[in-house]
Ligand binder design. Structure first.
Ligand SMILES: Nc1ncnc2c1ncn2[C@@H]1O[C@H](COP(=O)(O)OP(=O)(O)OP(=O)(O)O)[C@@H](O)[C@H]1O
Length: 265
């Protein structure tokens, strides 16, 4: 995975649909707030070698959508498939096909970075004879070598986040789902994280990630879905969004789409 990071499209898009979401809904019945349509008719598809960004403000429905894709949350209606497997009827196959990262992904503080990767490779079913090689590969590609023998509790936030993402890849899944991967990182570590995401795409993975950071979506995504109040307002390349809205900057594009759908904000 080492090499160029920021540049786009080394792996040809079109090589296959990996994620399909159709008319997905998730309703919560909250005691205090009543019915909340967290995800309200969301549809999109992603392909191999693509970075697909869900961009939205707080409460837009990003995490709920990604949690459904990861089989952690059941949809109220609609369908979601990962590598052709249905999240509702084939959850184990879906889980084997993806890695899910969220900032709350826990690491065991007393394990070293290497031990963490070995542990997650084993529990994710990597055959014992392949574990050592796979862990070496992850250490090399994520640049973890300098602190592989250090306990996780001693690592900086940026280092921990890298180990967390590396551990979601232990079983080498084709699809990576990253919920706000650069939250809590300083600018240098956020750039480092963006490089890692670019490298994953270059290695042929599908990366579906959520963010509320416009510049991050602008820089990284092959396609961006703008989500608000559980609905996708637009889904296109940055250039496509520019052309359809007549705005250059993503922030202006976002505001114009929300205002078009819901009135002045
Ligand atoms: N378990 C739950 N019970 C009730 N409401 C929920 C639950 N989970 C999410 N919600 C609500 O659903 C809506 C969408 O939340 P979600 O976390 O998916 O949005 P988000 O775009 O990820 O936001 P953030 O960036 O703030 O995490 C919000 O109004 C949220 O309060």
């Amino acid at each position: 995975m080492k090499g160029r990071a920021g540049s786009k499209k080394e792996v040809a898009v079109g090589a296959g649909v990996t994620v399909e979401v159709q008319n997905l809904c998730r309703v919560f019945n909250d005691e205090g707030r009543g019915e909340i349509r967290a995800v309200d008719g969301v549809s999109f598809t992603c392909e191999r070698g693509e970075i697909f960004g869900l961009l939205g403000a707080n409460g837009a429905g990003k995490t709920s959508t990604l949690r459904i894709l990861s089989t952690i949350l059941q949809p109220t209606s609609g369908t979601a498939r990962v590598m052709g497997y249905d999240v509702h009827s084939e959850p184990a196959k879906v889980r084997a096909s993806l890695g899910f990262y969220t900032a709350s992904t826990a690491l065991y503080p007393r394990l070293t970075a290497r031990e963490t990767l070995v542990f997650f490779a084993r529990i994710n079913g990597v055959p014992e004879r392949d574990v050592k090689g796979r862990v070496e590969e992850l250490i090399e590609s994520f640049g973890i070598g300098g602190y592989a023998e250090a306990r996780v509790e001693k690592l900086s936030q940026g280092m921990k986040q890298k180990v967390s993402i590396a551990r979601t890849l232990a079983h080498d899944p084709p699809v990576l789902i990253l919920d706000e991967p650069s939250v809590g990182l300083d600018v240098l570590n956020a750039i480092e994280m963006q490089k890692v995401i670019g490298q994953l795409r270059d290695a042929g993975k599908t990366v579906v990630f959520s963010t509320h950071i416009m510049s991050e979506a602008e820089k990284l995504c092959d396609r961006i879905a703008i989500i608000h109040k559980g609905r996708i307002l637009a889904c296109d390349t940055l250039e496509g969004l520019r052309q359809s809205t007549g705005h250059r900057y993503l922030e202006d594009i976002f505001v114009s789409l929300v205002e078009q759908a819901y009135g002045r904000i």
